[in-house]
Design a protein around this ligand. Structure first.
Ligand code: PLP
Length: 416
């Protein structure tokens, strides 16, 4: 009886909640209350005192010259591409396994996102697929440092240099992560961070662009501040809109950022313990974290299941079963190639029409992303990794319990 799956009426492995997120504390309350009392709530004039304080701290933590806070982690990428002069008729290469924002951003800048597959071991953008997708119209690569992994920045940097392309790193999952000692977001022309509610540094909504290039930083600041002229470029403005972060949000970030490093260290230590224990559970595959990732950090920790070891059950039902056992998780992103929003043959963009042959459904194929998103990935919530050894042991116990009773789960599927 004790082994009956919770989704079928048994007792859950874990009955206590994992720690809540965001991590509320008195310092954040005080900072936001002070911002409220100051009367300067909005983001104009940009940057306000809290925005500046946060930007300097965030830049220092990532060892990068500039951090430009803004409204969210989608417009960050749009602004980065616009600052790089990318727009109408250009192509930007993005991975198939990511949140839709990564493909939305090029479109918002007027460019065509060209979706390519990921590497099976890491689920990060496949450099060979990037190289194969380059055309004379390609202007940038937008790799995503998904979960605990990083895209191969050495190869991407080399490919970009050879083809005269820019790189914007989507670091929405990766605050504080490092590649050969350099922070994610400080390696390429731009790094794009999200501070949306669930992200590991949050103000509810928000985003930050990082760059080492003084001129790109000024352009980004101008674009988000209605095109106002900035810095050395004091005469000439740009074409921009209001994408500013509010001072209330910046106050929350300025407080929360002080906890980031400790939280990263705690999650990383828990991840190492998880990896030690989960190897004994059949059918759960760890992603390869490249040894050049010298500092680990993650928003969700991703594993792949082998459905055969779970009686053919896929990631959706497995996540429901884990959830019932008290383990907070999600099946993750489906491949963007299956998203009706990103079907290039439906586009009216001239470039999409012109490249219609190349982008038809039968060749518009990203098999690794397809299989991972539809059957294999399980994204474990970050708070599992802030709940001490017991939090990890419960998670592993839940995987083990489900794998041992997977045949019972089959009764909940329509599959034969
Ligand atoms: C990989 C990735 N990129 C970009 C974003 C967009 O961030 P935001 O929600 O702040 O716009 C997200 C947010 O979920 C994300 O997961």
């Amino acid at each position: 009886m004790s082994d009956q799956l919770a989704i079928l009426g048994g007792n859950p492995v874990r009955s206590e909640d994992y720690p809540p997120w965001p991590d509320i504390d008195e310092v954040t309350e005080t900072c936001v209350a002070e911002a409220v009392r100051s009367g300067q709530w909005g983001g104009f004039p940009f940057p306000g005192p809290n925005t500046l304080r946060f930007a300097l701290r965030f830049a220092a933590l990532h060892d990068v010259r500039h951090a430009v806070p803004m409204a969210n982690g989608t417009v960050t990428m749009e602004v980065a591409l616009k600052a790089l002069g990318i727009g109408w008729g250009d192509e930007v290469i993005v991975p198939a396994l990511t949140f839709s924002a990564t493909a939305y951003a090029p479109m918002a800048a007027g460019a065509l996102p060209v979706i390519v597959d990921v590497s099976p071991d890491t689920l990060a953008i496949d450099p060979d697929a990037v190289e194969a997708a380059i055309t004379p119209r390609t202007k940038a690569i937008l790799p995503v440092h998904l979960g605990q992994v990083m895209a191969d920045m050495d190869r991407l940097t080399e490919i970009a240099a050879r083809h005269d392309l820019s790189i914007v790193e989507d670091c929405a999952h990766s605050h504080g992560k490092q590649w050969r000692g350099r922070s994610a977001g400080a390696i390429a022309e731009f790094g794009s961070f999200s501070h949306q509610s669930s992200k590991i540094l949050t103000s509810g909504e928000g985003g930050t662009l990082t760059t080492n290039d003084d001129r790109l930083a000024e352009l980004a600041a101008s674009i988000i501040d209605c095109g106002r002229a900035k810095g050395s470029n004091s005469e000439q403005g740009t074409f921009g809109a209001n994408y500013r972060l509010s001072e209330l949000q910046a106050a929350a970030l300025a407080a929360q950022v002080e906890k980031l490093e400790d939280q990263i260290a705690e999650r990383s230590a828990s991840a190492a313990y998880f990896e030690e224990l989960i190897v004994d559970v059949e059918g759960v595959r760890l992603l390869t974290v490249d040894e050049r990732v010298t500092r680990r950090s993650f928003y969700r920790y991703i594993v792949c299941i082998e459905p055969d070891a779970f009686a053919g059950v896929g990631n959706g039902l497995l996540c429901d079963a884990l959830d019932a056992e008290g383990i907070e998780c999600w099946e993750g992103y489906p491949s963007l190639t299956r998203d009706p929003l990103f079907q290039p043959w439906l586009s009216r963009l001239p470039v999409a029409v012109e490249h219609a042959d190349r982008l038809q459904p039968d060749v518009w194929d990203c098999p690794v992303s397809d299989l991972a998103g539809s059957r294999q990935t399980v994204y474990l919530d970050e708070n599992i990794f802030r709940a001490g050894p017991k939090g990890i042991e419960d998670t592993v116990a839940a995987f083990r319990k489900i794998s041992q009773s997977a045949s019972e789960l089959r009764s909940l599927t329509n599959e034969t």
